[in-house]
Design a protein around this ligand. Structure first.
Ligand code: LFR
Length: 444
């Protein structure tokens, strides 16, 4: 390992940050040096990210930093298309855009789900790059496709490549070989020439940029402060990524039916998990209400559990009036209808906790890996009510923190720390939540 200062560029769904980290054999500290907010907006007929704003914000955030190297991570599946001269053809489209409506069915009529899963090991979600590309008219015109962190790395270095952990989320990577699934691409009319060579976390890109687990979830899982391998994790932000870490993928029919994914982790691990819609449900609701989050959470903590929705229902994916959609889902399923914002917040958190429990039970059943603790990392680890409800639902202790797992995982790869989880556990704040006494025993 190399002690020193490192920069982590961490781009989320609603804001990006440049973090400055100091890594030593027994110390790990982190400071935010710049934060910039953005939201995808409808332009030229689609919900798009503002590439020029992202580029400017990252470059300004990094200016003047004295660091050994820079690592970049972001959300998965979205991409920019470049022309032959290396210019973006258009602003990248956000995975929440409706262009993928109906595309899953269209693709599955050409390549059956079982085959798609056997080749890629990836859960079938309409957001996946594969479905976005089939719906993208520019795909036939472009010369290169770069996933968001690879696009930022290209702006900083001029190098093109596809980092492995994030490339796995496209559903166009062969889970066995770790290389692009070109046979699958040609059957779907996706030009394989778009895809640059795969690079692994830890490799150097030049100009001080080092390839990290560029999928934010891969970086977050790398920094889970687990002290044993019998743990489940919830990487909890806009999405909640819920699962276990494995040495090899699970590609069984049962696993496909349960829509579990085998995303690539740092260091050859497999992130066996399912996406749960996550704090998006809360964030979108808060945007409608314009009420204080802390007060709402405090009131919600004093309420009983009443209605529970399926957070993964497709109707919750697009932006818009989230409270109305939640109320409607409760009414349609014949449950008590939440009457005010605190009741809706309580419904969201109870629904997430139940989805976490179901997902962790499924992960154990399908993989054969047993867990006796649940780690919650990311922004959601600060939500005390959610952590307690998760401990109660899972009937397992929850260890919450670090909040900045993604940025830490990014730095730890750059520094080449031999035992990253041990360093995180020894240096970062982690809070424990035990299941409340007197709760009924969970049946799987
Ligand atoms: C989390 C995340 C998830 C991915 C979703 C969409 O930020 O990267 O892992 O499924 O965003 O990209």
């Amino acid at each position: 390992m190399t002690s020193g200062s490192y920069a982590a560029v961490d781009l989320g769904a609603s804001s990006g940050r440049v973090m400055l980290g100091r890594v030593e054999a027994d110390r790990l500290s982190l400071r935010e040096v710049s934060r910039f907010s953005y939201r995808p907006a409808v332009r030229d007929g689609a919900l798009r990210w503002d590439a020029a704003f992202l580029r400017r914000s990252v470059e300004e955030g990094l200016r003047g930093l004295d660091v050994r190297s820079i690592g970049i991570d972001s959300w998965a599946v979205d991409y920019g298309l470049l022309d032959a001269s290396g210019e973006l053809l258009a602003d990248p489209v956000c995975y929440r855009d409706s262009r993928t409506d109906g595309v899953v069915e269209q693709v599955l009529s050409k390549v059956p789900a079982a085959e798609l899963y056997d080749v890629t090991g990836i859960q079938i979600l309409p957001i996946n790059t594969l479905f976005q590309l089939v719906a993208d008219p520019l795909a036939q015109q472009a010369s290169h496709l770069l996933l968001i962190p690879d696009l930022v790395a290209y702006w900083l270095t001029g190098e093109i490549g596809a980092e492995h952990t994030n490339a796995s989320t496209t559903q166009l990577l062969d889970v066995r070989t770790g290389q692009w699934a070109t046979g699958l691409m040609s059957r779907l009319g996706i030009p394989s020439a778009l895809f640059p060579p795969i690079r692994r976390p830890g490799s150097s890109l030049g100009r001080n940029v080092v390839s990290v687990g560029s999928h934010d979830t891969a970086s977050a899982v790398y920094a889970v402060p687990a002290r044993t391998d019998r743990f489940g994790y919830i990487s909890c932000g806009t999405w909640s990524l819920v699962g276990v870490e494995l040495d090899r993928p699970v590609l069984s029919t049962e696993s496909l039916a349960a829509n579990f994914t085998n995303e690539a982790g740092v260091g050859g691990t497999v992130r066996y998990l399912r996406n749960v819609m996550g704090l998006w449900l809360l964030e979108e609701s808060l945007r409608v209400w314009d009420l204080g989050r802390d007060d709402l959470l405090k009131t919600a903590a004093g309420l009983p559990r009443r209605a529970v929705i399926d957070p993964n229902a497709p109707e919750f994916l697009p932006p818009g009036d989230m409270p109305a959609r939640i109320v409607d889902a409760c009414r349609r399923t014949g449950q008590p209808v939440p009457a005010d914002p605190p009741e809706i917040v309580r419904c969201i958190l109870d629904s997430l906790a139940q989805a976490y429990r179901d997902t962790l039970l499924d992960a154990q059943r399908l993989s054969g890996k047993e867990i006796d603790v649940v780690h919650i990392v990311g922004g959601g680890s600060q939500n005390e009510l959610l952590c307690q409800l998760t401990a109660d639902a899972c009937r397992l202790p929850v260890l919450a923190g670090p909040v900045e797992a993604t940025a830490l995982g990014n730095l730890l790869v750059q520094a080449g720390i031999p035992d990253p989880r041990q360093l995180v556990a020894a240096t970062q704040e982690v809070r424990r939540y035990d299941p409340s006494p007197g709760q009924p025993k969970v049946k799987s």
